[in-house]
Design a protein around this ligand. Structure first.
Ligand code: UN1
Length: 482
């Protein structure tokens, strides 16, 4: 059967790659979403050249023109949210409402950064030398490499590409292998609706060993923004630092959610179910460690089991599905491996963790709640990236805080409590980049800074006006009358 190949976008032209790959629906492995080009190192070099050549052309676009371009992109994303959300759900496996919500988020991000391009104000610093004026301004970094993961196929690309373009950079974008559909649709909209000059934005789909490697090592790529695994992030960070390029890394999490005796039980259960299991638990912000005080413990576990039993795990696009399939066979194997490991380490599988059969063949797994764990077990040290939450029982708030902070990661943390004293103390002392009180650890707003501490993140924050830190270079000018 002949199928069109979705091509790469290089220098304003759609070009085939040396090979192509099928995009498979994880809810139905017999459903091929489409065929997508696979670029290589050579094609990536061409895209980088094109981005480098486009810099002076893009630089003469005024902030208002850039704002208009980003606004048109945002408008089209919002108008096509249903269609693109369905595509996202089909290729990634999060539910259709989650897919649509993510496309809306991407549209809002473009609209936010449309406005931001007009707000790139500089500063005048009071002189300390008579007659010497000091001004501070921000300039684009140049060519930016953007490497994104599969779990947010359109929102994460949007929150990197939109600020990169808003602040005047040119872009080479490498999406995750697993989800080229949303990336291609986004690139097509940026290219057509944005009407950007040729080469200002380039899409190169293809393997990390070729496309990612070239992007990270190319001399002309002045900044690399990456979201993905900690191992890959560490390698990218080293390469960029060695050649003096700017780098921003968003990696894993082992996010704690503390539930105190004084928590509102319904709130705590909703926050835990949403934070741990929605989007099939495939979020670096997911609540993977539930740290529960002993007084509420039996009621919390019973209520969790009841809510989990009512969750519908099925085809991501079927109405009524709460949790879609795991995104890939590799992730599916990893989830099962960790559930088994937790059991071997002494954990009890209190609910879920079972492979499910549905009408179509797919990677269906019931969310797993693992009790009787302690914070030294591997299940509580390593990121699973699936619908798997382990429970750690604690005596009091002090122990809860200690356990919450005792991790190599520091992306997001949460607490469910009705005590102002504990909520306030937790916000101050939690060693995470984002702290949530009575709201899930996952699900963040696009206009607020996003990022973590310790092993979770490196470099400047993403999103909101904080994004300018990464996507611009500060220049300080001293002027005296000649
Ligand atoms: C969210 O929780 O809304 O890969 C966003 C991730 C994060 C994004 C989370 N970088 O899961």
């Amino acid at each position: 059967m002949h199928q069109t190949i979705h091509k790469n976008l290089i220098g304003g032209e759609w070009v085939e790659g040396p090979s192509a790959a099928e995009n498979i629906n994880p809810s139905d492995l017999s459903d091929v979403v489409g065929l997508y080009a696979r670029g290589d190192a050579c094609q990536t070099e061409q895209a980088i050249e094109a981005a480098q050549a486009a810099r002076p052309v893009w630089a003469v676009w005024t902030a208002e023109h850039r704002a208009d371009a980003l606004d048109r992109i945002g408008t089209e994303l919002l108008a096509r949210a249903e269609e693109l959300g369905d595509l996202l759900s089909r290729e990634e496996g999060k539910t259709r409402p989650e897919g649509i919500g993510e496309v809306i988020r991407a549209g809002r991000i473009f609209k936010f950064f449309a406005g931001e391009s007009l707000r790139l104000n500089g500063e005048l610093i009071p002189p300390i030398r008579q007659g010497v004026e000091v001004e501070v301004s921000r300039e684009p970094e140049g060519v930016v490499g953007i490497i994104t993961p599969w779990n947010f196929p359109i929102a994460i690309p949007a929150w990197k590409i939109a600020p990169a373009l808003a602040y005047g950079n040119t872009v080479v974008f490498k999406p995750a292998d697993l989800v080229p559909g949303s990336a291609w649709a986004l690139a097509e909209i940026i290219h057509r609706a944005g009407q950007l000059p040729a080469g200002a934005f380039n899409l190169v789909m293809g393997p990390g060993s070729q496309v990612g490697h070239s992007l990270v090592n190319a001399r002309q790529v002045r900044a690399v923004s990456f979201t993905g695994s900690a191992d890959t992030g560490a390698r990218i960070g080293l390469s960029c630092m060695q050649r003096g390029a700017k780098v921003q890394l968003e990696m894993g999490g082992k996010n704690p959610l503390v539930i105190l005796d004084d928590a509102h039980l319904d709130t705590a259960v909703s926050v835990a179910i949403q934070g741990s299991f929605y989007s099939t638990g495939q979020r670096c912000t997911g609540s993977s460690r539930l740290i529960v005080q002993s007084g509420i413990y039996p009621r919390f576990i019973a209520a969790m089991k009841e809510r989990m039993a009512a969750l519908r795990i099925d085809d991501a696009r079927q109405p009524g599905t709460d949790i879609g399939p795991v995104a890939s066979s590799a992730q599916f194997e990893q989830d099962l491996m960790y559930i088994h490991l937790a059991y071997e380490e002494g954990g009890q599988i209190a609910a879920g963790g079972e492979v499910l059969q549905r009408a179509t063949r797919g990677f269906y797994l019931s969310p797993a709640l693992i009790t009787e764990t302690d914070n030294t077990m591997r299940i509580n040290r390593e990121e699973v990236f699936g619908p798997v939450a382990s429970v750690i029982r604690v005596r009091d708030y002090d122990e809860a805080l200690h356990v919450a902070n005792d991790t190599a990661f520091g992306l997001s943390s949460g607490i469910c409590t009705t005590s102002l004293r504990h909520a306030t103390d937790f916000k101050r002392r939690s060693a995470a980049g984002m702290v949530m009180v009575n709201v899930p650890t996952a699900g963040v707003d696009y206009h607020a800074p996003f990022g973590g501490r310790k092993g979770s993140s490196h470099g400047a924050r993403e999103q909101g006006s904080y994004a300018r830190e990464f996507y611009t270079a500060v220049k300080t000018c001293y002027t005296a009358a000649g």
